[in-house]
Design a protein around this ligand. Structure first.
Ligand SMILES: Cc1cc2nc3c(=O)[nH]c(=O)nc-3n(C[C@H](O)[C@H](O)[C@H](O)COP(=O)(O)OP(=O)(O)OC[C@H]3O[C@@H](n4cnc5c(N)ncnc54)[C@H](O)[C@@H]3O)c2cc1C
Length: 416
């Protein structure tokens, strides 16, 4: 059903008895044109754009748990396109443009809030690095601004300016960045994909691949065998495990990233703020909670929970950026499993196995990428060729040397 002011009015008169489920709970058919493994944001977006942009409707999204149980419902909700490298910039800007029209497109309130993203800098060297990034953004037609310390203070006075260990010298500002309600993004894509006939199958774990002459022709699942002409993997932190079922070894490790939320306080942080002297990022939810995170836990794991030393490490960075955060009580923390590639950038590519496609390696940045990842992965699956905006996100770049190292750090997943 479509949501509108009229449907709200009608259901109010009807005592809200006529609302239909947001998507059908589909029973899997025996054959599909395309199967997408993974009902996170990326898998659902891919199915939606396959149906909408490429006219395919015989599609299933297979999810081992419930929609939103993965990283789409666990992240800190930050969206932005303040990237440096050409191979990334066009892709994340495509995503930002899709975010800007997403709610009308999906007929769903995903609470996209362009409240701005502010990256603090604390030294002359760091300012130069951000000036370079700001110039690169502008060269790609993306607005950016360098703010001085007074402008930052006027914007977010609660930050630690007086006697700070690392005094704030200014910030890189992207006004179009911000946040979106993470699980509503999954629900919105599920709603819109379902309206176009996509089967969304929950509690359906893929346990193996059906192969004929080396080609993938379907999947084995906890609900039986399902055949398909093409199969796309969009399983976030489980990419290596699922790819291994097709005898593929990926240049990926899986590590836990934690997120935290505090009790609700008065509005104090009007935008997303990231710390330059440590890894810490924070925003304030509409309910008033401070939502923040920092570094990975730093070792390989498939546990969806984190360790205490990392909690201490993240809060230390928070205290150093904004000492008053020490007076706020923390409500919850949780963890999600993330694919970490060797250069910190994702992979959207065909695999060496015919009929099998990969969207993975999303590291810290996969939520902001959700619309563009779906758009470009759908293009790849439908046309068998990469979308121009994702052409650098190749699987073979670690062999050919064309790496996409946005942060310029070394070839280890925990460095990105
Ligand atoms: C704590 C945390 C904070 C983050 N913060 C941000 C942020 O602020 N901004 C940002 O851009 N990114 C952020 N990220 C990263 C972002 O959340 C992920 O990169 C992105 O959500 C991954 O794509 P997805 O939504 O499709 O993943 P998921 O929601 O994890 O979807 C993958 C799905 O595949 C399913 N699956 C796995 N194996 C199988 C199988 N065998 N069969 C069937 N289904 C299977 C899983 O159950 C899961 O639902 C954060 C991540 C975490 C963990």
């Amino acid at each position: 059903m479509r949501y509108s002011a009229f449907s709200l009015f009608r259901e109010t008169l009807n005592k809200h008895r006529g609302w239909k489920p947001t998507w059908r709970d589909a029973t899997p058919k025996s054959t599909y044109d395309v199967i997408i493994i993974g009902g996170g944001g990326h898998g659902l977006a891919t199915a939606y754009y396959l149906a909408k942009e490429h006219g395919l409707t015989n599609i299933a999204v297979l999810e081992k748990g419930w929609l939103g149980s993965g990283n789409i419902g666990r992240n800190t909700t930050i969206i932005r396109s303040n990237y440096l490298l050409p191979g990334n910039q066009a892709f994340y800007e495509l995503s930002m443009k899709l975010w800007e029209g997403l709610e009308q497109e999906l007929n769903y309130n995903a609470m996209v809030s362009q409240r701005g993203v502010l990256n603090l800098f604390h030294s002359d060297g760091q300012r130069d690095t951000y000036a370079r990034r700001a110039n690169s953004m502008r060269l790609h037609g993306v607005h950016s601004a360098l703010l001085d310390a007074d402008e930052v203070r006027r914007m977010v006075p609660i930050l630690g300016f007086e006697e700070a260990r690392f005094p704030i010298k200014g910030g890189l500002w992207q006004a179009r960045g911000g946040t979106a309600r993470h699980d509503a993004v999954a629900w919105g894509y599920a709603h819109a994909a379902d309206m176009r006939g996509v089967d969304i199958v929950q509690n359906c774990q893929v346990t193996g691949f059906l192969r004929e002459g080396g080609r993938v022709v379907g999947v084995e699942t906890s609900r039986g065998k399902i055949r398909a002409r093409k199969v796309g993997m969009s399983v976030a932190g489980s990419s290596s495990r699922v790819a291994a079922m097709a005898d593929l070894r990926l240049p990926i490790e899986s590590q836990v990233l934690q997120a935290f939320v505090s009790e609700g306080i008065k509005p104090k942080i009007p935008c997303v703020v990231t710390y330059g002297a440590g890894h810490f990022y924070i925003s304030q939810s509409d309910k008033g909670g401070l939502v923040f995170g920092g570094d990975l836990d730093g070792y390989n794991s498939y546990a969806q929970r984190g360790n205490l030393p990392t909690v201490e490490h993240v809060l230390e960075a928070g205290m150093s950026m904004m000492p008053s955060i020490g007076r706020v009580r923390m409500l919850r923390s949780w963890g999600g499993i993330m694919d970490m590639t060797m250069d910190g950038s994702p992979i959207i590519d065909r695999t060496p196995v015919e009929g099998l496609y990969l969207n993975g390696g999303w590291c810290y940045g996969g939520f902001k990428a959700t619309p563009a990842a779906g758009w470009c992965f759908a293009h790849l699956i439908a046309r068998n060729e990469p979308h121009p905006s994702a052409a650098a996100m190749r699987l073979d770049r670690f062999a050919t040397g064309h790496i996409l190292n946005e942060n310029g750090r070394g070839a280890q997943p925990n460095l990105h």
